[in-house]
Design a protein around this ligand. Structure first.
Ligand code: NAP
Ligand code: G4F
Length: 325
């Protein structure tokens, strides 16, 4: 039997690279859309570059997205590309809307026209819940986004449901809570913390400066979440699924755990706050209920908070020790 073909937007990112490895492991032919940058950013794909097919394309540009869909004739499409940093969505709101919101619609149009048989996974986000009034959040919790990023994700979420209803496309939303790894971008708080702690441990820095230490997030491990993406497309029917651990912690708790993992006891002396890292409107508290994904997809996260922090601190310590040699 011919290998199934998966097309991934955002293949160079944290989730895209883990998903590509996961699908190659399952025998898929894996293709990805990569936008042009002045310096190519293929670090996350280093181990699999010779096994994936890359197509030039940008979610801002309909023709390149359509061309990639036509050229690959995919069985499964994973839409992971986005301007994904909430902080930057306040300073670049229109760009965020273009990529994260309209970009999804461009991909859906390409699939509708050229590959209507393909199953589509879309990367929705717990940021759509935003200012929450109930806890934990599940598939029926109302949305109240608190950033241009969250607003764009709500638009994309409904575009996916509209294409499911209007054109009978198989489109599923994964409403994923925060998931992290050593491949997380350095501007996100978890990676900023583990990188900062590793710098302090290796003597290249003395302090770590953050914004709101009391924000709570439901943090899981990224490789667990790409398994949910795949499972969503193997289901009988398309649907919307929350992916979460069901546990939440504050940023302060993450900091404490990270310093402990690095063997630094008097961590409070190294910690600073600066209001420049606060957001104009904050999401204070997110905790998900993944019961539907467990029931219908057989999905469960494997990595808990303490292990996640340790995985990330260990990787950053190793990286900083190597460069110090
Ligand atoms: P990420 O590491 O920031 O990766 C984003 C990817 O999108 C990168 O490959 C980036 O390419 C690509 N991209 C950005 N703008 C593009 C454009 N105009 N055209 C084509 N590609 C573009 O994000 P992630 O953490 O892997 O997250 C994957 C998806 O899940 C995103 O949609 C994110 O919003 C969503 N999500 C993430 C989480 C989480 O906790 N990680 C939770 C819920 C939802 P470059 O390498 O060129 O920048
Ligand atoms: O790590 P963050 O920037 O992630 P955020 O805003 O929760 O968004 C991430 O998760 C979403 C899922 O819920 C994704 F959809 C999205 O694409 C992204 O992956 O910030 C986490 C929390 C916030 O409350 C922020 O205010 O940490 C707080 N924080 C405190 N100090 C900080 C900092 N965040 C950053 N980035 N940098 C700080 O210095």
């Amino acid at each position: 039997m011919a290998a199934r073909t998966a097309l991934i937007t955002g293949i160079t990112g944290q989730d895209g690279s883990y998903l590509a490895e996961f699908l190659l492991g399952k025998g898929y032919r894996v293709a990805g859309i990569v936008r042009r940058l002045s310096s190519p950013n293929l670090t996350n794909l280093a181990g699999i570059l010779d096994r994936v097919e890359l197509f030039d394309g940008d979610l801002m540009d309909q023709s390149s997205v359509s061309r990639a869909v036509e050229a690959t004739s995919p069985d499964e499409v994973y839409n992971l590309a986005a301007q994904s940093f909430v902080g930057a969505s306040f300073t670049q709101p229109v760009l965020t809307g273009e990529i994260t919101g309209l970009g999804t619609l461009r991909l859906l149009e390409a699939v509708r026209v050229s590959a209507p048989h393909a199953r589509v996974y879309h990367a929705s986000s717990s940021e759509m819940f935003g200012h929450v009034e109930t806890e934990p959040q599940d598939e029926s919790t109302p949305f109240h986004p608190r950033s241009p990023y969250g607003v764009a994700k709500v638009y994309a979420y409904w575009a996916c449901i509209n294409y499911r209803e209007a054109y009978s496309l198989f489109v599923s939303n994964g409403i994923l809570f925060n998931h992290e790894s050593p491949r997380r971008g350095l501007e996100f708080v978890t990676r900023k913390i583990t990188d900062g702690v590793a710098r302090i441990a290796t003597g290249t820095s003395k302090t770590l400066t953050l914004g709101n230490l009391e924000a709570r997030r439901d943090w899981g491990y990224a490789p667990d979440y790409v398994d949910l993406m795949w499972r969503a497309l193997q289901a009988k029917e398309p649907g919307d699924f929350v992916g979460a651990t069901g546990e939440s912690h504050t940023v302060r708790e993450f900091v404490q755990e990270a310093f402990t993992a690095a063997g630094i006891a008097r961590w409070e002396e190294c910690l600073r706050t600066d209001p420049k890292f606060n957001r104009p409107s904050e999401v204070f508290n997110l905790r998900g209920n993944p019961a539907k994904a467990k029931r219908e997809l057989g999905w469960e996260p494997t990595t808990r908070f303490r292990d996640l922090v340790r995985i990330m601190v260990t990787a950053d310590l190793e990286r900083h020790r190597k460069t110090a040699r």
